[in-house]
Write a protein that binds this ligand. Structure first.
Ligand SMILES: [Zn+2]
Ligand SMILES: [Zn+2]
Length: 499
């Protein structure tokens, strides 16, 4: 019998989400909902049934049906970035406007980025960043909604360049139906190491992209809307998943953001990343004097140890692209009292959500087995999963051309890094692009280290971020300006193909 997490016992538990760049180098219908929607809770009292494990699916990437409920292997083209059409891309005048705007804004953007860097805040506590960023966007002519959709530290900033009578008379597809481009600014830091993932740069980059698009719309008289979302809790908490479920992305035709990482200079990566599942497990036992009467105990630390060891054994049977990693958390442990409580915090990663589904069952079996072996009670909280990233190929092609043309930047589309992000879920809900890009780092100082936090504050990192922001702003402008391009982007998304 399969031993599945019951969807009946569902609790929201934002605290156990987790994501991002911990190790380095289906589609959702529009307006529908991601699965799983919220954290799931199961409580078992010791006895685990013999498990008939869910099978692994075909080890492919991104070939699933629109809602992830069934697996259909589609025929996505094999090339990562399709050939260019006749389209000549964004005009040199527009690129010049964008670059000039970013050059002008650079000192303010640097100040903003460093200010956020100096005030690191972890998931859902990004109050300083929230206030600083909303204030900044309001001062630059954006209509700001603070504390967006019931999330204290989420926010939204919108600018619309309206269609004029002249536009309406022109009656082109682009001017009659003005479009909406979305941009995301992440803000959260990591416990203990501050901005060790460089989200201060992401926050600043979102602002830069939105302001540069605004300048280009005004200067070149193109109607359209840019919506910048301040998205909390990427490292843990899945802020974008909650925003997605509450409709924050509904109006957007496409959404774009970027993420810094380590790597060779002047390189950008369109990588799929991996799906991620956070799981918290608590073992409840019975304490006893460790010397006098150990037979009276149900040892919760032993349960944690058995689970940890079982997962280590499982690792040998896992596919090479999968990861299971976690920690043991104690509570007032001393050696002469047998612990009556232990907690495990784990993350499971797999190339796709489908793979994750299969692996999750196997990991949960290890937890159950440990509870059975030690006669402890077990409580398992399964958080909302992060999907892998499905970068839109048409957006990717144009982005690659833009940053190549402007800065000679190379775009890498190889298999890429084992990172995870809640933006993955966004890429399943609408056409989206999430380029990673390199900033200079110390040896062994990639994401999630104090060394990377230092790198995220350098002038060189700032400059690399602005180059990518210019590319994304030009891309966003094209979505607003060119109806045919946006239709192609949407068709590609609908086909379920991605990189
Ligand atoms: Zn991270
Ligand atoms: Zn990150």
């Amino acid at each position: 019998m399969s031993h599945r997490v019951s969807p009946k016992n569902v609790v929201a538990d934002a605290g156990i989400q987790a994501g991002c760049w911990a190790t380095l180098f289906g589609l959702r219908k529009r307006g529908g909902s991601t699965k799983p929607k919220a954290a799931q809770l199961t409580r078992r009292e010791g006895a685990a049934e013999a498990a008939e494990l869910a099978p692994y699916v075909h080890f492919g990437h991104g070939w699933y049906d629109l809602n992830y409920d069934s697996v259909t292997i589609d025929s996505c083209p094999s090339e990562k970035l399709p050939e260019y059409s006749e389209d000549e891309g964004v005009s040199p005048e527009v690129l010049q406007t964008i670059q000039a705007e970013l050059e002008d804004l650079s000192p303010w953007l640097r100040e903003l980025s460093l200010d956020i860097w100096h005030h690191p805040e972890i998931m859902y506590e990004e109050r300083y960043a929230h206030d600083r960023l909303t204030e900044f966007m309001a001062s630059r002519g954006f209509k700001v909604t603070p504390h967006y959709l019931g999330l204290e530290t989420a926010w939204r900033a919108e600018f619309t360049y309206p269609a004029s009578d002249t536009h309406r008379k022109a009656k082109t597809r682009s001017t009659v139906h003005a479009r909406v481009i979305g941009v995301n600014s992440e803000m959260d830091a990591l416990p203990g190491i501050g901005h060790g993932c460089g989200h201060n740069l992401i926050a600043m980059s979102g602002v830069a992209v939105a302001l540069a698009i605004k300048a280009a719309l005004q200067k070149h008289d193109v109607p359209g809307t840019v919506i910048l979302l301040g998205t909390p809790a990427e490292e843990a908490g899945g802020g974008k998943i909650t925003l997605l479920e509450r409709g924050a992305y509904k109006e957007m035709d496409a959404c774009i953001m970027s993420h810094p990482t380590a790597g060779p200079a002047n390189i950008s990566g369109l990588w799929q990343g991996v799906a991620l599942q956070p799981i918290d497990v608590e073992f409840f036992g019975h304490g006893a004097h460790a010397g006098l009467a150990p037979w009276e105990a149900q040892n919760a630390l032993d349960a944690a140890f058995v689970a940890y060891a079982s997962i280590s054994a499982l690792r040998q049977q896992m596919k090479p692209d999968c990861r299971v990693h976690g920690i043991i958390v104690g509570r007032e442990w001393v050696p002469n009292i047998i612990p009556d409580y232990a907690k495990l915090r784990y993350m499971i990663r797999a190339p796709t959500y489908q793979e994750l589904d299969a692996l999750r069952e196997r990991v949960i079996a290890c937890f159950d087995a440990a509870a059975l072996a030690t006669a402890c009670k077990i409580e398992i909280k399964v958080g909302a999963a992060y999907y892998e990233v499905r970068n839109n190929r048409i957006l990717g092609r144009e982005y690659s051309r833009l940053v190549g043309k402007m800065y000679g930047m190379r775009t890498d589309t190889s298999v890429g890094a084992n990172y995870s992000t809640d933006f993955g879920n966004v890429t399943f809900a609408l056409p989206a692009l999430h380029p990673a890009y390199s900033i200079p780092t110390e040896p062994n100082g990639a994401n999630h280290t104090p060394q990377f936090a230092k790198s995220a504050a350098t002038k060189e990192a700032h400059e690399a971020t602005l180059k990518v922001a210019a590319g994304l702003a030009a891309l966003g402008f094209k979505v607003l300006q060119d109806a045919d391009f946006t239709a192609e982007v949407f068709d590609e998304w609908k086909a379920g193909c991605g990189i």
